[in-house]
Design a protein around this ligand. Structure first.
Ligand code: NAD
Length: 251
């Protein structure tokens, strides 16, 4: 059962916490009793998130950090340990979307950029988080994939390739560490009301009439799924996608 303050005394690291799903999750983690370290590349937005998390009564630290830089990721994990002494949970959430157009019009530069952040960056985060979790003998990681990590859509093939890769990393790493107390799952949001969806909306790839619940998801609704997967209530769940999409992939 998901208890009140289900992450009490836990130390949580979140990437891409300066807006959207990452910010909402930082607030939800704080509300669930965790100490929160989060990263992003924008200082003013980082300070805004930090204030929102502290409003929940939680301790919180913002670290300016780019997931595509190995040195930054290593330093981010080290700062977490130096600040709060351990790392219990990680939410690898930072991600970008390429311009909306069919594959033959996509540039190699945009493809490489999406892969560098959504896949290589997430790989680096897992690598250094897991190194720390192995020394502690426990940990829970949630990676942000997407419904685009399970099915296709027209217009954003590089993005969906990256989110399928996130599922591959999630499932295989879950098997690597299943006996060592580290659970690794994915959250797979559908159309969620954030800056990213605003950008995709302008490319008109999203049609709400296709969503059985008839509305966009809210970042706070994704956040609750992440809190659950990080909590002990999910103690027998590893290597799985948790789809939060208003029923989109049900048909
Ligand atoms: P968003 O644009 O508000 O958030 C993305 C966050 O990632 C931002 O805070 C951004 O600064 C950060 N980021 C980007 N590149 C980074 C880098 N190199 N280093 C560190 N941080 C970086 O949009 P969002 O919707 O909250 O996106 C969060 C995640 O959810 C992404 O991985 C996205 O692919 C995924 N997602 C979103 C939707 C949706 O409909 N909004 C659906 C499925 C999956």
């Amino acid at each position: 059962m998901l208890e009140h303050k289900s992450l009490r005394e836990k130390v949580v690291l979140i990437t891409g916490g300066t807006s959207g799903i990452g910010r909402a999750t930082a607030m939800a983690m704080g509300g669930a009793g965790a100490k929160v370290v989060f990263s992003g590349r924008r200082d003013p937005e980082g300070e805004e998130t930090a204030a929102l998390v502290r409003d929940t009564g939680a301790e919180c630290k913002f670290v300016r950090s780019d997931v595509s830089s190995e040195a930054d990721v290593k330093a981010l994990v080290q700062t977490t340990i130096a600040t709060y002494g351990k790392l219990d949970c990680a939410f690898n959430n930072a991600g970008i979307d390429p311009p909306v157009k069919p594959l033959h019009e996509q540039s190699l530069e945009d493809f490489d950029k999406v892969m560098a952040i959504n896949v290589r960056g997430l790989f680096l985060c897992m690598k250094y988080e897991i190194q720390q979790m192995l020394t502690q003998g426990a940990g829970a990681i949630v990676n942000t994939s997407s419904i685009g990590g399970l099915i296709g859509f027209p217009g954003i093939s590089p993005y969906h390739a990256s989110k399928h890769a996130v599922m591959g990393l999630t499932r295989s790493a879950a098997l690597d560490y299943a006996k060592q107390g580290i659970r690794i799952n994915a959250v797979n949001p559908g159309m969620t009301d954030t800056e990213m969806l605003d950008r995709l909306d302008s490319g008109s790839v999203n049609d709400l009439s296709e969503v059985p619940m008839g509305r966009k998801g809210q970042a706070a609704e994704i956040a609750q799924a992440v809190v659950f997967l990080c909590s002990d209530a999910a103690s027998y769940i590893t290597g799985q996608p948790l789809v939060v999409d208003g029923g989109f992939t049900a048909h």
